[in-house]
Design a binder for this molecule. Structure first.
Ligand SMILES: *[C@@H]1O[C@H](CO)[C@@H](O)[C@H](O)[C@H]1NC(C)=O
Ligand SMILES: *[C@@H]1O[C@H](CO)[C@@H](O)[C@H](O)[C@H]1NC(C)=O
Ligand SMILES: *[C@@H]1O[C@H](CO)[C@@H](O)[C@H](O)[C@H]1NC(C)=O
Ligand SMILES: *[C@@H]1O[C@H](CO)[C@@H](O)[C@H](O)[C@H]1NC(C)=O
Length: 579
């Protein structure tokens, strides 16, 4: 009798526990009703720009699944593909580092996160620009990462130099040919955009040069069912268009699929009846889905579908499982989840440094709004941390691009210091008349763009985020209000987002921002200007231009603090107590 009463209760608890996969404390989204995915002759799952976010976003229910859950999702999708006897390929477009403590808090970026990433079973991958800034990281990609994938790691235009001879070799493979499990013969390439800020031990060949090379032209004649280009670039402009045109000259009707990245956006491009491309966002928020039918019977127009999935357990289970009771977790998935939890602990990433009193957003609100992260940085963080103590009042200037993410209300951890401000630039200073400060800020904000990404990044982001109305997306059940999130408009319309959302605003901010000059400073007073080493090359000529007669002595301001550690310093000083 007793058992009969207790069992259902126990079962309820057990299943509630099962829902708590992902990282400890991860919040789960409401079970919104989702439209089934359309499978084709050939199917693709894609990720890009993971930037170390293998733990997912435990505090944002839309994206709270971790990389272990993703592995379980992929395994279950592969089982589904097997039942349908259809090929499914899983693809990553690069940028594994810079943006999260898991990848960036180790002596070598990716030392702990890369092995976790490569315990996933990807079919095709390529390299991102963030793997090439530092020679040591690029060398590790070549020595440790590329060999794990063999011919699945595709780098058609990226080479590494031998330290002794300067001889260049491709970091991965320039192209590969292989068969999917159900017979699809794939010819695959991997391209990086024409990136110029790489370390000097690597060479990025211009895409236009690579596609004119005899090896590339010859490879295009290899017989295949489909051509896949895994790329780290915009799908709409320049390099991608050159690649599509070059392939079409030799293979005018071959089914062609591009996977883009770098811009951190959701996007889909239809190049022609038998060619399309998808970009799958950033930071393990989005998992891209693309399918194509009509490949075998030479249809002039393939039927191609696409969907942008929010990376959470509800999404994964809904699309991967045949029925809700089916087992979702896999051995590999659970193992990856455990490894991430352990690594985050070992790296002290979950240490709570303090408590944010509210949400601060990087680009949802203008700098006049109290919810603006850049306003907080300019008015509170910089004055508190880089406080010009050297006997003079001063201003501290940073490039707003050094700040990369929102700060949410509640615990602020060591990981958050990497998430919000991953780069380690030091502070440099000189002494000027207060009257010069205005000219310096104006000069900086009209200088040629100097981002770690190219200028296209922001333009496309805005273009894309303008979005459109959610027309065809299924509305969530009546108990679930629409939440703010991605609203995407692409070449197929506005029904690409798997979860319907209301759009999030994305407002402009100045490229360079400064802490305010203390009150009472007169134009003729001497003040310190302090800035990040990242743009000393812009400050020096500006000073010369504004005051040609003075030789400004430039020096390190403080050596104990940089653009990453300033956050830990601020939070422990000002936010130590829970509000
Ligand atoms: C490799 O290139 C560097 C930079 O151009 C040069 O200084 C060095 O002498 C070269 N080494 C060899 C072995 O050619
Ligand atoms: C790369 O730059 C470093 C530091 O400036 C220099 O020592 C080295 O010789 C350079 N190597 C090559 C191959 O150019
Ligand atoms: C085939 O696709 C092209 C390009 O996407 C489009 O312009 C054309 O209208 C389509 N034709 C048919 C018959 O669907
Ligand atoms: C983590 O914190 C502990 C205790 O403060 C310290 O002993 C350890 O060295 C830290 N580990 C890392 C990787 O920073």
């Amino acid at each position: 009798m007793r058992l009969l009463v207790v069992l259902p209760l126990f079962a309820a608890f057990a299943s509630a526990n099962l829902e708590r996969r992902a990282q400890p404390g991860a919040v789960q989204p409401p079970p919104v009703e989702l439209r089934p995915l359309t499978w084709g002759d050939v199917n693709f799952i894609s990720t890009t720009d993971s930037h170390g976010w293998l733990a997912g976003h435990p505090r944002v229910s839309d994206f709270s699944a971790d990389f272990g859950d993703f592995a379980s999702f992929v395994k279950n999708m592969r089982k589904k593909a097997e039942r349908m006897r259809k090929d499914l390929f899983v693809i990553d477009s690069g940028d594994l580092h810079d943006g999260n403590g898991l990848s960036d808090s180790t002596p070598l970026n990716g030392q702990v996160s890369d092995p976790i990433f490569s315990s996933m079973k990807y079919d095709m991958l390529t390299i991102g620009n963030h793997e090439l800034y530092q020679n040591s990281v690029a060398e590790s990609m070549h020595k440790n990462y590329a060999p794990k994938w063999g011919k699945r790691y595709l780098t058609s235009n990226v080479y590494i130099k031998d330290a002794n001879t300067n001889k260049t070799t491709p970091i991965g493979h320039q192209y590969s040919v292989f068969h999917g499990r159900y017979g699809t013969k794939v010819l695959a390439y991997g391209f990086l955009f024409n990136f110029k800020s790489n370390g000097n031990m690597t060479v990025v060949e211009k895409v236009e040069t690579t596609i004119a090379q005899p090896w590339f032209q010859k490879s295009l004649k290899v017989k295949s069912d489909v051509i896949v280009v895994v790329s780290h670039m915009s799908l709409r402009y320049g390099e991608a268009v050159s690649i599509v045109n070059a392939i079409r000259k030799v293979q005018p009707t071959k089914p062609l699929f591009l996977f883009g990245g770098h811009l951190h956006i959701r996007d889909f491009v239809r190049y022609d009846g038998r060619a399309a491309g998808i970009a799958s966002g950033r930071f393990m928020e989005t998992v891209g889905w693309m399918s194509a039918s009509g490949i075998r019977n030479n249809n002039k127009n393939l039927t191609i579908t696409r969907r942008y999935l929010n990376a959470n357990l509800h999404t994964y289970k809904t699309h991967a499982l045949a029925h809700p009771k089916q087992k979702f977790d896999t051995g590999r998935g659970k193992d990856i989840t455990k490894k991430i939890t352990k690594a985050r602990k070992a790296l002290n990433l979950t240490n709570i440094l303090g408590y944010s009193p509210q949400d601060y957003y990087l680009s949802r609100y203008p700098m006049t709004d109290d919810r603006s992260l850049l306003k907080l940085v300019a008015n509170e963080v910089l004055p508190a941390v880089v406080d010009p103590k050297k006997g003079k009042p001063g201003v501290v200037i940073i490039n707003s691009g050094s700040q990369r993410f929102d700060v949410l209300k509640g615990p602020f951890t060591t990981d958050d210091t990497f998430v919000v401000s991953p780069f380690h630039n030091t502070f440099i200073y000189t002494t000027v008349k207060a009257s010069l400060v205005k000219g310096i800020m104006e000069g900086l904000n009209t200088a040629p763009f100097q981002k770690r990404a190219d200028k296209l990044y922001l333009e496309n982001l805005r273009e894309n985020k303008k979005g459109g109305d959610q027309k065809d997306g299924k509305k969530p059940g009546k108990n679930y209000p629409l939440t703010p999130g991605y609203v995407t408009k692409d070449d197929m319309g506005t029904d690409g987002d798997d979860w319907p959302h209301t759009p999030i605003a994305d407002v402009d901010a100045p490229t360079y921002i400064a802490s305010p000059l203390p009150a009472g400073v007169q134009p003729d007073d001497e003040v310190h200007i302090v800035w990040l080493s990242f743009f000393t090359n812009l400050i020096e000529p500006l000073l010369k231009k504004l005051d040609p007669n003075t030789n400004f002595a430039i020096a390190d301001y403080r050596t104990d603090i940089n653009s990453n550690t300033m956050w830990a310093n601020f939070v422990t000083q000002k936010w130590a107590k829970q509000a």
